[in-house]
Ligand binder design. Structure first.
Ligand code: ZN
Ligand code: ZN
Length: 391
């Protein structure tokens, strides 16, 4: 059976962003949704095909594998995306229902998202409870935020037990098909009501919907299918993030019980304060202290930026409170092309300790009319200048 290219199925290019892939999938899924195409087998196939494509392309790891090896990456037994994995309609919704919004599919599948065990085919049935999300904080310097950075962190968490490969059983022989449900994970109950016979399907109480029971537990994980360990994770942080922002990495949270899906890793961004610079949204503020002679003669001074040190020119006669704007020296927008500026506030330094010699000189200078403050009539107030600088 030849498989269509996942990008082709969703109608996106290889360079499409996660958001574009999501939008494209939503569009295709809506078009071939079984609700809109009752009894149309080819629409249902297209719907499943799109879900499979999305499952791979929406997961960074799987996408990278697919980009490298194509469909070969997920051949049965390769440990990747198992064959027939997404062939069960209810599974599609329990995994991706969230991107459609509750109202669209909620009624159709009876809120499949809250289902516990799996509904996939045969051997891949024994899926236990999903792992919980994991939260970590990552502290970043201004320089790292300005350029974006890959942070490699060691995360302590539940990982899949390597002794039993996550199924929680001592060996193959200690996994038995559930006798109550015959492996389907569901039991049907027929009850008589005044409306006639009603058939209800519920999760099998014996196996909790897993379809199989374990007669002897793996000793390494005590049957849980996971152990407490750690994983080294490379987190790609885009440029321009801010204190308090959260990033999420699907599937990098705690491993599930007995092969259940892993939770997500939620990364909370923290900013490390900079020794000299302050952040105000996209802009960076810097307090420059200039000596009185430098401000009078004019000079060239070095200032720090998030992009290294740069020289700026102070024109002769520069007043305290003057604001210079270094265009484009601020932070980049997280997902955009815009960039903030760096604002340099001039503070003319007034000496606090002087010698008697200096006092004499200054007293002489103070007699000169040039040293008498002459506020410019058009000069704006400090408050106005700050407001202007930030607009
Ligand atoms: Zn184990
Ligand atoms: Zn059962």
């Amino acid at each position: 059976m030849s498989k269509r290219d996942y990008y082709e199925i969703l109608g996106v290019s290889k360079s499409a962003s996660a958001d574009e892939i999501k939008k494209a999938y939503r569009k295709v899924a809506m078009q071939f949704h079984p609700d809109r195409n009752p009894g149309d087998k080819s629409a249902e196939d297209k719907f499943k095909e799109a879900a499979e494509a999305y499952e791979v392309l929406s997961d960074n790891d799987k996408k990278a594998k697919y980009d490298r090896y194509g469909h070969q990456a997920f051949a049965p037994g390769s440990g990747g995306f198992g064959s027939g994995h997404a062939s069960n309609m209810e599974d599609i919704f329990s995994q991706f229902g969230d991107i459609f919004g509750e109202d669209v599919f909620g009624s159709f599948f009876g809120g499949g998202g809250s289902r516990r065990g799996g509904g996939g085919g045969g051997a891949s049935r024994s899926r236990g409870q999903r792992g919980s999300n994991l939260r970590i904080k990552v502290k970043l310097t201004f320089e790292e935020i300005a350029k974006g950075v890959t942070k490699t962190v060691k995360v302590k968490k539940h990982v899949i037990c390597t002794t039993c490969a996550g199924n929680g059983a001592k060996d193959k022989n200690s996994i038995q098909t559930c006798g109550t449900c015959g492996g389907s994970g569901q039991v049907r109950r027929v009850s008589n009501t005044f409306l006639g016979q009603m058939q209800t399907v519920t999760t099998c109480p014996t196996c909790n919907g897993e379809g199989s029971t374990v007669t002897a537990k793996c000793s390494a994980c005590k049957g849980e299918g996971r152990v407490y360990g750690e994983e080294t994770i490379a987190i790609e942080i885009p440029a321009g993030v801010q204190e308090g922002m959260q990033l999420s990495m699907g599937g990098k949270g705690n491993a599930g019980e007995r092969g259940g899906a892993p939770g997500d890793l939620i990364i909370q961004i923290e900013e490390e304060p900079h020794a000299e610079l302050h952040r105000d949204g996209l802009n960076v503020a810097y307090d420059l202290h200039v000596s009185f002679p430098d401000a009078t003669f004019g000079s060239s001074l070095e200032v720090p930026t998030i992009d290294g040190r740069v020289k700026i020119k102070i024109p002769p006669g520069t007043q305290s409170g003057k604001i210079f704007r270094l265009k484009g020296k601020g932070f980049p927008e997280v997902q955009g092309y815009g960039k903030g500026d760096q604002l340099v506030y001039v503070n003319v330094w007034t000496p606090q300790h002087i010698s008697s010699e200096e006092r004499e000189l200054l007293e002489k200078l103070n007699q000169s009319p040039n040293f008498k403050p002459q506020p410019d009539k058009n000069n704006k107030s400090f408050f106005e200048r700050v407001k202007e600088a930030f607009s």
